[in-house]
Design a protein around this ligand. Sequence first.
Ligand SMILES: Cc1cc2nc3c(=O)[nH]c(=O)nc-3n(C[C@H](O)[C@H](O)[C@H](O)COP(=O)(O)OP(=O)(O)OC[C@H]3O[C@@H](n4cnc5c(N)ncnc54)[C@H](O)[C@@H]3O)c2cc1C
Length: 434
Amino acid sequence: MKTHYDVVVVGCGVAGCFAALHLPKTTKILMLSKGSLEECDSYLAQGGICMLKSEADFAAYLEDTLKAGHYKNNIESVKIMINSSREVIKELIDYGVTFHQTNGKLDFTREGAHSTNRILYHDDLTGKEITSVLQREVLKRDNITISTHTPMIDLLCQDNNCYGVLVKKLEQTVAILSQDVILACGGLGGIFAHSTNFPLLTGDGISLALKHDVKLKDIQYIQIHPTTLYSKESGKRFLISESVRGEGAILLNKKGERFVDELLPRDLVAKAIYQQMKKDKTDHVWLSLKTIPINIKERFPNIVKRCLEEGYDPTKDFIPVVPAQHYLMGGIWTDTLGRTTMKHLFAAGETANNGVHGANRLASNSLLESLVFAKRATTYIRENKELTLTTLENKNMETVIHTTPGTTPLTTLLINEIKKELNSNEANYYEFKY
Ligand SMILES: Cc1cc2nc3c(=O)[nH]c(=O)nc-3n(C[C@H](O)[C@H](O)[C@H](O)COP(=O)(O)OP(=O)(O)OC[C@H]3O[C@@H](n4cnc5c(N)ncnc54)[C@H](O)[C@@H]3O)c2cc1C
């Protein structure tokens, strides 16, 4: 394995790919993924991606994002995201991503807490469509090397400067030196007992940031998705996208009665479901898709298929649903250029916290936020290149390699940090795996 690169990008989801694609074609880039290329949450996004559909919607889009985030958002970051949305969507379309259209015009759908339709979608597989196209682009580039099944196990750093990463490759520990490192390692659903995330996503970038005193922010802001398909089996929970409720599905208690406004922000709907389950002494509530006025087999083919596989026909039956961990709003603190508090260390995507989502993410803002700020980080790197490699080569490598005691202590470190920040009321909603 080559051990010197200009930039190492840890993560091959939308944030990692978009970052790599925005670096010059002369930059030698290494991209890492912990498992296969498909094992990233970007592949799982069902609902869609937001776009500012007209200037007239700017104020409402801003307000919806802030309201969902309980006004804990960084307004500057939110404005940047909204104002960059059209440019980023155009780039996706130019790469070959397709979104649903009618008569040659983009269609917009709606999800909970949006005051209007402003979400682009590709069936109920929007994330797979976007990510597979971006990964295909990355694979075409001669300057980008992709190493899958290569977990980063530590950062190489000293005196608050990042010099690269330490990885495990085929049981070997390898030090990779680079001028800049971009952490795009996704979320941390893998540390929870019930999550919609891939289990291998255990917040590794965040726990390493914690280990090396890189600033974290709002690590306790963890989103629980109200509606995942109930199952007695453990493992990844299947998401029933919010757009199902956006199109008219309703939530019912054990008597078949509605108990909540289904289009409230996610955290409020999840809390209402937990309370209802407690009241009814049940493990789940019911979701009815029969109230959706359009053809659900055409609009949600993937969800219908999965429900049928589990023995429920959503055209006839109610679907049992339960909340599960879904998304991390907090993460490694960054400014609006993706810079962390460590020099030459950047973060983007779900691993990062630039303040867009506040205390609760508005549906379909995550793919957009990941793309916008990954691009901004690489634009900064491109324009402010500082050569650190020469500095590092003069250093004794032993002093920058801090061998980690293993992944479990790192995960414990992260869980303890989250628990420290949670209040007792919130803590009731989270069940950790370890
Ligand atoms: C079921 C589901 C549905 C969703 N629906 C939507 C939606 O409709 N709209 C929306 O906007 N958002 C949605 N989201 C959220 C969104 O998909 C994610 O927040 C976003 O895709 C995160 O992208 P990312 O690039 O930051 O991380 P990911 O796509 O998760 O990629 C993380 C990458 O980091 C790598 N990695 C992690 N740790 C290491 C390590 N130690 N070493 C090396 N590599 C590592 C992984 O292998 C992977 O390649 C959904 C999420 C889920 C789970």
